[in-house]
Design a protein around this ligand. Structure first.
Ligand code: FPP
Length: 239
């Protein structure tokens, strides 16, 4: 299948890159080998998304809950993120991609934080595609964070409670300024949202793919886009 088969390209695609661990076990490799392979697949999908003309891609790279994994796996994932940021910064910039991190930054090690800020700064004027990487991200924490900011504004008489609309609320999320995902893809056969973009996926089309993330190819990505294309979106209106 080629890109020309796509008539309706989603503006924003979000992905839960699941199944690295199970893929690794299947191949008798370490979990970290699975994540490493997963990061290579992520790179290929970013390139494919940019070429297809998708404007926003949001990848779930590390959840708030992932901090509770074995310390070796956590430090391995952090090292992989560092490596990804170091090696991909120039390429992302060349592709016209802007990197934005969503998540609880204060929990990240300083080395990663500094690197994130560097790459965000380097790519901040790029417009071809916005790559949102969810790192140390949990949607409920994001919502609480937004509520705290709104409550502070109300307390300081900078915001009238009657003026809190959906739009005002969205402006306080990490994803402020980014349209909601049109399509969410989760690999590995699991059919859950797992605390990912809970507010933002209210009307998103969900596509679940059985393959583990390290086996996911640009062709599988196209297949998911085609499934999306054939769905009718009604946003709560009558059929
Ligand atoms: C789920 O697999 C995946 C993650 C916890 C993190 C996703 C991370 C990557 C793809 C690598 C880092 C990404 C970049 C872009 C540097 P799992 O470990 O939950 O798999 P399992 O459910 O099979 O155990």
């Amino acid at each position: 299948m080629t890109e020309k088969h796509l008539l309706k390209v989603p503006q924003h695609v979000a992905i839960i890159m699941d199944g690295n661990g199970r893929w690794a076990r299947q191949q008798s490799l370490s979990r970290l080998e699975g994540h490493k392979r997963g990061s290579e697949v992520a790179r290929d999908i970013v390139t494919a998304a940019s070429r297809i003309g998708i404007s926003y891609l949001t990848l779930y790279a590390f959840s708030s809950e992932n901090w509770r994994r074995d310390p070796n796996e956590v430090s391995g994932l952090m090292a992989l993120l560092k490596h990804y940021l170091e090696t991909e910064a120039t390429e992302l910039n060349k592709e016209g991609a802007r990197l934005k991190i969503i998540g609880e930054r204060s929990l990240l090690p300083n080395t990663i934080l500094n690197l994130i800020e560097e790459v965000e700064d380097l790519t901040k004027t790029n417009k071809k595609i916005i790559l949102q990487m969810a790192i140390s991200y949990g949607s409920r924490a994001e919502i609480i964070h937004a509520v705290q900011h709104i409550a502070e504004k109300v307390r300081d008489h900078r915001l009238d409670p009657n003026k809190i609309t959906e739009q005002v609320f969205e402006e306080h999320l990490y994803t402020a300024g980014v349209p909601d995902p049109d399509l969410l893809i989760r690999t590995s056969g699991e059919q859950r949202i797992s605390n990912y973009l809970l507010w933002q996926v209210a009307y998103t089309e969900l596509v679940f793919v059985d393959k583990f993330w390290p086996d996911f190819t640009p062709e599988d990505f196209m297949e998911a886009l085609l499934t999306y294309q054939n769905r009718e979106r009604r946003f709560g209106t009558a059929a």
